[in-house]
Design a protein. Structure first.
Length: 439
């Protein structure tokens, strides 16, 4: 294959269920050659099939797949939606049956790269004349590198921002959050002024306790973290991290700012709590930009502002990397698809289906902007892509599952009011360090 035939990476893994549409990796049979008497007619090229694994449906890349197949008629990209992604992808890797291209989550890209299950794509990047690394946001471009090897190319990213119900603010006579200066204190004061728990109205969404990575952004906003920058040491025992987790745990347990664990049971569980914003019962929700679509027809005016900060502005920018499996028999062809899929237009096609900005600045320059939804009121949409300049990508330590199990158990005790962060985190921290440093 020529370098022009390389494809952009865009496979998003999600392990742990069944592999929908998992087809055996095989090339289609070659077309029979033309009759010997038909002079000048060359036999058709063999059509090669590569597998593209992702956690979500292929709707977001349908346009890209169509144009790719038109440009490369000798390549068939077979999309596989893989359920139980976090468990299934490692299982496929162990069995040697990974799709050729995988759209992996952040930590997964690093861990599978360390385990030699994804290849170093830097040689392909270097050999691609039209590939522009400087077009990517720096955080996203630099993330998937381990010991000088690049294990993926990013596509879209969904920053966490604060969505707020302007109508609820007006009804309570509360000033909107300040776009340029929004602190934890501001958040709590405004949330308390809006909350009316007796009528199932709260100023803030609840904390998704089981989603442990949601809490790391709160540590970042106070200058703390779960891990060191090289992901080799725990930072749970640092004062900045302890203070951050306890601050939000106290707000959760109070019950007058966000639904507490007992109140969640009263409104139908965490699933119902997650729908309170779109139902008009929540003043503010700190969440990824993917929830934009659910608010368009919610019946109230909403707006966005950066997440509140304590010592620094920070947030999660949640996305994925496109990787090539070490076991792929068609690595050059896999790169052709990966490169095409993570091109400016390829990223835009996917991002615009999901209200995400892209990790390429050039994708975010295409109008209509992919993160903007059509509403009849003013929204500060620029807040969403701006977060890509200061936000963090989710951490990627080795043995992440084991580390998160330790961290999650501690977080759940703090959020349930069964322990204080200052009591439990110093004991858990060295255990986490032992796990993530065992590479």
């Amino acid at each position: 294959m020529t370098q022009r035939e390389t494809l952009s990476r865009r496979t998003f893994l999600k392990v742990g269920g069944t592999i929908a549409g998992a087809a055996a990796l095989a090339a289609c049979a070659p077309v029979a050659p033309a009759d010997e008497g038909a002079m000048g007619e060359a036999p058709m090229a063999e059509r090669t099939t590569i597998r593209y694994g992702r956690h979500d449906p292929a709707a977001g890349v349908a346009t890209t797949l169509e144009s790719f197949h038109e440009e490369y008629p000798d390549i068939e990209v077979s999309v596989e939606q893989i359920g139980e992604f976090h468990a299934k992808i490692p299982a496929l890797a162990a069995a040697g049956t990974l799709p050729d291209v995988v759209r992996s989550w952040e930590a997964m890209a690093l861990d599978m790269g360390r385990n030699n299950q994804f290849i170093d794509v830097q040689p392909y990047v270097d050999g691609q004349p039209d590939f522009e690394p400087d077009d990517f946001y720096e955080n996203w471009w630099n993330y998937p590198i381990v010991e000088g090897k690049r294990f993926g190319v990013p596509d879209a990213a969904a920053p966490h921002v604060t969505f707020y119900n302007a109508d609820l603010f007006d009804a309570a006579g509360v000033e909107y959050p300040d776009k340029d200066s929004f602190t934890w204190t501001d958040f709590e004061e405004k949330a308390r002024a809006i909350s009316d728990p007796d009528n199932k109205i709260w100023g803030s969404e609840t904390i998704p306790v089981g989603w442990h990575m949601f809490s790391v952004k709160q540590a970042w906003q106070n200058g703390g973290s779960f891990y060191s920058e090289d992901f080799l040491e725990s930072r749970l025992d640092k004062e900045e991290t302890i203070q951050a987790i306890q601050f939000w745990a106290d707000m959760l347990l109070d019950g007058n700012v966000m639904p507490s664990p007992s109140q969640i049971i009263g409104i139908g569980g965490s699933g119902a709590a997650a729908e309170l914003l779109s139902a008009g019962n929540i003043g503010m929700q700190r969440m990824g930009s993917w929830i934009t679509g659910s608010l368009v027809d919610a019946g109230f005016r909403f707006n966005v502002v950066a997440e509140p900060s304590q010592t620094q502005r920070d947030t999660i920018t949640h996305g994925a990397f496109n990787n090539i499996a070490t076991t792929s028999e068609y690595k050059d062809i896999a790169w052709t698809w990966l490169n095409y899929n993570t091109s400016t237009q390829g990223i835009y096609n996917y991002a615009s289906e999901a209200n995400f900005p892209g990790t390429r600045r050039s994708s975010n320059a295409i109008e209509p902007f992919p993160w903007v939804a059509e509403v009849d009121f003013a929204v500060d949409w620029d807040v969403i892509p701006d977060a890509l300049d200061y936000g963090h990508i989710l951490p990627g330590p080795a043995n992440e599952g084991e580390a998160l199990n330790l961290i999650g158990n501690a977080l759940e005790k703090v959020y349930a009011g069964d322990a204080k962060a200052a009591e439990i985190f110093p004991d858990v921290s060295p255990k986490v360090t032992a796990v993530i440093s065992d590479i």
